[in-house]
Design a protein around this ligand. Sequence first.
Ligand code: MG
Length: 255
Amino acid sequence: MSVLPYPPLHTEAKFVVLSDWDGTITDRDSNDFVVDNLGFGYEKRRAMNLEVLQEKITFRDSFREMLQSVHHPFEDCKKLLQQNIKLDPGFKEFYEWCKANNVPVIIVSSGMEPNIRAVLSTLLSPEEALKIEIIANDVKFTDPAHTGETWEIVYRHPESGFGHDKSKAILPYRDLPSKPTLFFCGDGVSDMSAAKHADCLFTKLMANGDSDLMAYCKRQGIPHVPFTDFKQVLERVKQVVEGKPVAEVLKEAGN
Ligand SMILES: [Mg+2]
């Protein structure tokens, strides 16, 4: 069950793009950045990441603990992110093309929605940053005046070990009477649950050529198209919208 609302489905769309935010649309993970700079720091954060990968602790519980180490007002965290997080160099053009061609783009994130909009407002127009669809977690201000002096994360799916089960953003599209072609872009562990439900999965590579999601897809035999920049995603999406079969795009990418 979701404690947060979902935007209405695009029931008439022929193509839909869902994309992870941190490390996929952005140049680095914004939550890691906050924890490393305002919370308990890189070493402890990294050690907890490894515990999650070894399944000693859930992503949900580890992420909550990381955020609890950040004893700064929420507004300060937002400002730090606005100053430091940049977009993938091809994202703006990709987003604008999708908008002009009636292809909905939906951000699906394990981060907190207000932070995502704050960063977007520095990179897209303020109106665009308010309008873009985001399915993420949220924040609750816990100080008496509710100004965000103290705060905590609100998970969309508190019962899920992921806190936000991303498959629930994509699966309803598969059940539509006229199912759209589904694209999903991601890079990490939190994208694994959604990855196998896309028709065409794009896996973002880090500068060193690695990607946790790509490694997972290789192990599981999930077809995917690696990319380093949204310009490459745009090229492929354009081809499919213009009529090229997804199977062909996947084949060309080495699947
Ligand atoms: Mg990510």
